[in-house]
Design a protein around this ligand. Structure first.
Ligand SMILES: [Cu+2]
Length: 283
């Protein structure tokens, strides 16, 4: 009897040791994962005194020149384009502004819980290019991935703090519906079939974000009055932050500038959760 008990204890000890870091961390972080991005308590509602933050993202310096993408590996992709296609890594607009910059409220909204939109954001694949190249969404909101191509794609986001997934989508397949549970900036999305395909998804806990387009401007509307840090994030040049004070029904501006010569600073939306979660992530 004593030997049996000893064997059971030894087995339990070995199993506990084998579980190691992964077992204990998984248990410890489970509640955080369940509540990340989900409203806790009352959901914020507009009071009628909201304001707007506007701004422009400029580019200073010499823009990198990219070779046209070779789509020779897939003739279906190549046939969709009549003119050369270039990477969208750094796109400088005619007015000297920078396109595809994700701008969002980094701090100042703590303690408020925002409803998750019912409508999904959409990522299309057209001519073997992701459209849009940069996409913002809320944690737990759905992302709907569709394809307009007669070739098989393989959508493969590479998050650091969210769950990684990797799904094949043949021509005519149903849309792929997924979500991300935690805020995280700059999640690269690749296609395992077409190495040139790249998109970036930014996940935040609220609806106050924008992506710069052809004129490099952004507008964050419906923001409650308060003091905020606004962050602009670019896939190549990293993050830059500005402070603004927004009065009731007021407007405030925050202009940003990126340059190839400045030191790259990553967004804390990536680094903070990664540090808190420690060794094991959630994959
Ligand atoms: Cu593809």
């Amino acid at each position: 009897m004593r030997e049996t008990r000893g064997a059971i204890f030894a087995t339990a000890l070995v199993l506990a040791m084998a579980a190691g870091c992964g077992g204990s961390r998984d248990t410890a972080k489970a509640p955080a994962e369940e509540t990340a991005g989900a409203p806790e308590g009352a959901v914020w509602k507009p009071a009628g005194d909201e304001g707007t933050v506007t701004g422009k993202v400029s580019f200073k310096g010499t823009a990198p020149k990219y070779r046209a993408i070779s789509m020779d590996a897939d003739t279906v992709c190549a046939a969709k384009h009549k003119s050369p296609v270039h990477p969208e890594t750094v796109v400088v607009n005619g007015n000297g502004s920078l396109r595809n910059v994700f701008v969002y409220v980094k701090s100042g909204l703590e303690g408020k819980n925002f409803a998750v939109p019912d409508q999904p954001v959409e990522l299309d694949q057209e001519g073997c290019i992701y459209k849009p190249h940069v996409l913002g969404m809320q944690a737990r909101q759905n992302i709907k991935v569709v394809t307009s191509d007669d070739t098989t794609h393989n959508i493969h986001p590479l998050p650091k703090v969210n769950r990684e997934w990797n799904v094949s989508q043949p021509p005519g397949a149903d849309p792929i519906i997924r979500s991300f549970t935690r805020p995280e900036a700059t999640i690269p999305v690749k296609c395992n079939q077409h190495p040139w395909m790249r998109a970036y998804i930014h996940v935040v806990s609220h609806p106050f974000y924008a992506v710069t387009g052809e004129d490099g401007t952004f507008k964050l509307e419906g923001l409650p009055p308060g003091d905020y840090e606004i962050e602009a994030v670019h896939e190549e040049y990293g993050a830059s932050t500005q402070k603004v004070s927004l009065a009731a029904k007021g407007t405030a501006s925050a202009d940003f500038s990126f340059s190839p010569t400045q030191a790259r600073r990553p967004s804390s939306l990536i680094t903070l959760p990664a540090l808190v979660l420690g060794c094991c992530g959630d994959r």
